[in-house]
Ligand binder design. Structure first.
Ligand code: PGA
Length: 241
């Protein structure tokens, strides 16, 4: 595991964007998985700036969604695809055809299998950037998820519903189920990057970095990946800025 210790959130965002830019320069048609949430907002801003400055060309890049709420409509404002489209895909000019997205109106089991097949058919994930849940979840792989779990329908835990309430205004507005790439699916990516920002994540990051891998902390399971980079700011590392 490689740890990049960023002084602050701006440096974390620059470092994360730098890893994505380097990947796309090396392989312009990379299949990228990027997270939603508050943590990647700065990385998205830096990626859009890099593309607009001509530092990187995303026109051949391909994307797959990391997760999606289930039981909502395609046009529901909470659909995570719309979130990332607004923050990244539209500003970058990414065509919908370049994105493997979950259709929340399709049969969830079929949709999960279909997303797995499309990722495999496209040659697998080159780089997955991940956020860390306060309970150690990765995407919607909640504590207890198997290390070899595949893309599937899951039930969100109360801790995730609580933290996701910050996005939608209340817990009542958070869908109870989701579709997520599995831990086994993510472990097959050629490289993984975990972004962790802020003092609120210090306790769980400490466990990810130091606890023995167990299914109690999904993020720690992925720590065994041979190309796993944690990008954390000093607050998340429990250090003074
Ligand atoms: P956050 O979410 O980036 O909004 O903290 C991360 C997560 O819960 O996976």
């Amino acid at each position: 595991m490689k740890l990049i210790d960023a002084a602050d959130y701006a440096e974390l965002s620059r470092a994360a964007a730098g890893i994505v830019v380097e990947q796309v320069r090396k392989r312009p048609d990379s299949l990228l998985v990027l997270p939603t949430g508050n943590t990647p907002v700065g990385m998205f801003r830096d990626l859009v700036a890099a593309a607009h400055n001509g530092d990187v060309d995303f026109s051949r890049a391909r994307f797959a969604m990391l997760d999606e709420y289930a039981g909502i409509g395609r046009n529901d404002e909470r659909r995570l695809y719309h979130w990332i489209r607004k923050e990244l895909f539209d500003p970058l000019g990414v065509r919908p055809g370049a994105v493997i997205a979950f259709d929340p109106e399709a049969d969830p089991e079929c949709e999960a299998r279909f997303v797995e097949q499309r990722i495999a058919r496209q040659g697998g994930i080159d780089l997955a950037v991940l956020g860390l849940g306060p309970n150690g979840h990765i995407a919607m792989n909640e504590p207890g998820s198997d290390a070899d779990s595949r893309t599937r329908l899951v039930t969100l835990t109360p801790a995730t519903i609580r933290s996701n309430a910050a996005y939608w205004g209340s817990e009542a507005k958070v869908p109870r189920k989701g579709l997520t790439l599995g831990l086994g699916t993510l472990a097959e990516a050629r490289a993984l990057v975990l972004l962790v920002a802020g003092g609120g994540k210090a306790a769980i990051l400490e466990r990810v970095l130091n606890a023995a891998p167990s299914d109690a902390i999904p993020a720690a399971i992925l720590g065994a990946h041979p190309a796993f980079t944690v990008v954390a700011d000093r607050a998340a590392l429990g250090l003074h800025a």
